[in-house]
Design a protein. Sequence first.
Length: 284
Amino acid sequence: MAGIVRRTAVALRAPVNALAFSLRRRVGWSRGAPDLPKEPMGALFDYLDGAERIAAETGERALCARYGLDDLRAGSSRRDYREVVDLLSVLDDVRVSMPWAPDRPLRVVDVGARNWSYVGALERFFRRRAAKIELSGVEVDGHGIYPNGHARCDYAEAYAAQTGNPAVRYEVADFCEWGRGDEGAFDCVTMFFPFLTRYALLDWGLPSSLFAPAAVIGRAVELLRPGGVLVSLHQTAVEQDRMVAHLERFPEVSVKVERACPTRLVAHWPKLADRRMLAVVKAT
Ligand SMILES: C[S@@+](CC[C@H](N)C(=O)[O-])C[C@H]1O[C@@H](n2cnc3c(N)ncnc32)[C@H](O)[C@@H]1O
């Protein structure tokens, strides 16, 4: 019963979401990159006990060393740093080779980048694999305003700057319309928690008109170069199955990795207990 009430309440929000999104887009609010919060990293995993805590600390130390995270460790909030470490642990486990060549930049696009608080993980992961990378984050709702008056795109700008890589860029755009002329040019597309149900999209605060999983996934496939890889994360196996069902429309791609990736590296780990990862490769 409670579930039905919640679903109805979310469905009824659709017109309000549409109005609010349209206002955010028209106003296009931005007041510049904020200073990102920094915190001491002591007791990074204080929400865990015993062996789980030791395992998380050991995992963090290994990823910090492998990906050279000392600067992010010293200049981030604990929550942001844990998010970076967690995403690196997932990417580290993809184990699918990508089609990059040493004589050109590796091109990557992250779809639905939110405020890009995790971009440090993407930048470090791909920078370890190619001398030059071009990393774009595309977010359709980049002008949402936080209580301190900064917009989502302001934070994204700050997180992108924190990578120290000028080829890391965030754009407020609908991914379905993005990258015209760059079809077949991307080595990797990442898509973390794309909306595969209308309910999830409405609950996030977006208008129903933006519910277009087939178009988003189709655009990702178009932008990939032959041999390119699409990496996606999903909250549950049911969502992952929906993603796979959409991908079946594209004979040029095949699922290479499909695995559970629960975590203890973020404080909200119980919500990620059923998290799944997919890696899909476009035929050469
Ligand atoms: C569930 S959130 C995930 C955000 C982020 N990837 C993360 O892992 O936290 C999905 C994001 O996709 C964005 N989005 C949805 N449709 C989009 C589209 N057509 N183009 C670009 N971004 C889109 C939403 O605004 C939202 O920020």
